[in-house]
Each structure stands twice: as C-alpha cells, then as structure tokens.
Design a protein around this ligand. Structure first.
Ligand code: 13P
Ligand code: SF4
Length: 328
C-alpha cells in the first residue's frame, strides 16, 4: 500500500466498524484491495465465507456474479459491489430464455476475436435437447442461470460435482474449458456451452513451452479456465486457492502461474523463499481490477451499489448454490 493510500485505509476501517461490515476479496483483486480485505479467497471459499458471516454489510471486492451469490446466500445482509460495472464477460455469454447475440467487445482485449452465439440458442433450448440431463452452472453465471440449473460448481469442485450426480449425461455451462476438464476426469458425458474466459483463453501451448524452456526447474500451475491443450501440459491444474495450497506444500522453489496475475500477490507474500513467474504477462482481468480503495470507501460511505436478486429467482438460485455447498 502506498503512503497516499494510508489515510483512505483508515477511513475504510472506521466505516467498516460503524457499519458492521466485512470486506471479501477475490484472489484476482488489486494488491491493496486484498490487503484491506477481511477474507481473500477463490470463488468456493468466498461463497462458503459469505454464507457463514456475522455482519450487517458485505462489501464484495470482485465481480457482479460473486456479489450476487453472496446476496442469494445472505438475503438479510446488505451486499455491496463497489464498482457497478465490474462484470464477468464469460457470465454474460449465456442467457436463460431470451436468446440474443452476445458479442465480446472489450477494448484493448481483442484476442480472442469477437464471438457471436447463434440467436436461436438459449439455456432453455439446450435443456430441451437433453431433457433428462441435470444442469451444472459454474458460479460465473447470473442468478437467473443459477435458478434454471440443478447445482452450481466452481473451478475447485467441478469434477466432484459431476461425479456427485446420478446421471450419465450432464450439462455444464458456460465455460467450454472447464467442461472439457471435467470431461477428461469422468466417464459421464458432459454437454457444454461454448463460453470462455477471455483472460485464460489467451494462454496457448507455446506459452507453456516457452516457460518450460526459460524456467526448467519450475512447476507449471494452470487454472481450469485455460484451454485443455494447456491444461494437459501443466504439472498441476486447480483453482486459485488450490494454487496457493499447492505452492505452499511443494518442495519446488519456482513456479509458473497460469492464471490471472492478481494471484501473484498472495503467492509471493505467503511464500517468501519461492519464485513465481506469470505464464503470460497479459493475463489481466480488467473487470477484476476495476475495484479500488476509493470505490470501497465510496461503497461503505454511500451504501452503493446494493446487489439484490428478485425473491423468486433467489430462492431457486440458492437451491443450486446450497446443493454445491453441501457437497464437501
Ligand atoms: P477461482 O478463484 O474460483 O479459481 O475463480 C477464478 C475466476 O476466474 C473467478 O472469476
Ligand atoms: Fe470472468 Fe475471466 Fe475475469 Fe474471472 S478472470 S471475472 S472468469 S473474465
């Protein structure tokens, strides 16, 4: 945290006490945001934490679907998303019933090229095609998609969730890479949506080859949102907090990190004797970086932006989240 940020930090801490607020931050948040948070974690840890908190206000330093999940799980608490525009492009790639073109248009992030889903496609249409198959919704989805699904999953538990279902055929939305990873570890048939995370999609096998050449003693960790070709070349595939656990437990001293660069903050802080290299320097999620200390301060001072889900959707979405959280 820079010296100019210290007075702001004090103001946030005071407001936090007055409002009985807790700050939750995802592992991809800016360093100074992670530093001020009460809990930092991956999507699964943050959902579990949100469900168990004793507070009046939750400030979610993350993206929209994360704050929405917290609000679904804790309807009696005020859930604030400091930056209203912090969304997840992958979560926006799927709609339940009103099919529409979804165009990726993130300035400065042209790779991969714009992807347009056919307008006749919707989750409802996919469900009609496979009426007996349960729907597994990655938590990176809207409350509406969760409400139309049977169970949620995160990158930390997708295989476990697929295996927990009695059905031989399952639908997995919206991440094609996470689905491919699940398919690789199950004998069930996984029907996938065609979405992807534009940050992880960038990593290619040649990046991994380059890293292996540059750092021959390093172990390569990759997030399951990466392409399957990349995952198959990695030494360990896991969620962001899974990477933290792996790096801590490993006797290796060097690691290549195949995920969003925000994770480097905790990896380095928690493992001072080890060295971490990004798989690519441009694996940066612009939405995760929107939240700043300023916006957290404004969120607490002005009670903004309150995230609430219509009750009818919330109750159904909570069922899918609860079912995931009940599977240990
Ligand atoms: P995890 O921290 O759950 O691995 O999630 C990664 C992600 O992309 C969140 O948006
Ligand atoms: Fe969405 Fe990818 Fe950003 Fe996570 S890193 S919020 S999946 S775009």
């Amino acid at each position: 945290m820079s010296p100019e940020q210290i007075p702001l930090r004090e103001k946030i801490l005071q407001l936090k006490r007055e409002r009985r607020a807790i700050i939750l931050a995802h592992n991809y948040q800016r360093d100074e945001v992670q530093e001020i948070a009460d809990f930092t974690g991956d999507s699964l840890e943050l959902s579990r934490t949100a469900a168990s908190l004793d507070c009046d206000v939750i400030v979610f330093a993350g993206v929209h679907f994360m704050a929405e999940s917290a609000s679904i799980l804790c309807p009696d608490k005020t859930v604030l998303l400091p930056e209203a525009e912090a969304g997840c492009p992958m979560a926006d790639m799927i709609r339940v019933g009103s099919p529409r073109e979804v165009i990726m248009a993130y300035p400065g992030f042209p790779d991969p090229p714009p992807l347009v889903f056919p307008t006749h496609f919707s989750l409802e249409a996919l469900k009609r095609q496979y009426p007996a198959a349960p729907v597994i919704a990655y938590v990176n989805t809207s409350a509406e998609v969760k409400a139309a699904s049977d169970v949620c999953c995160t990158s930390a538990n997708v295989v476990q969730i697929v295996e927990s279902l009695p059905d031989a055929v399952v639908i997995s939305v919206p991440d094609r890479n996470l689905s491919a990873w699940a398919q690789r570890h199950t004998t069930k048939k996984v029907i996938s949506w065609d979405g992807y995370c534009h940050v992880h999609q960038r990593a290619e096998p040649r990046d991994l080859e380059r890293a292996r050449h540059a750092y021959p003693h390093a172990l390569v960790m990759a997030h399951p949102e990466c392409r399957l070709e990349v995952l198959e070349m990695a030494d360990h595939v896991t969620s962001t907090s899974g990477m933290l656990r792996f790096a801590k437990a490993s006797s290796a001293k060097e690691f290549v990190v195949g995920t969003e660069l925000g994770l480097l903050y905790r990896l380095r802080r928690e493992n001072p004797g080890k060295t971490f290299y990004p798989l690519r320097e441009d694996m940066v999620c612009p939405d995760m970086k929107k939240t700043t200390l300023e916006s957290i301060f404004r969120a607490l001072r002005d009670t903004r932006h309150v995230i609430r889900v219509p009750e009818e959707i919330r109750v159904r979405a909570k069922k899918a989240l609860d079912r995931m959280l009940s599977i240990r």
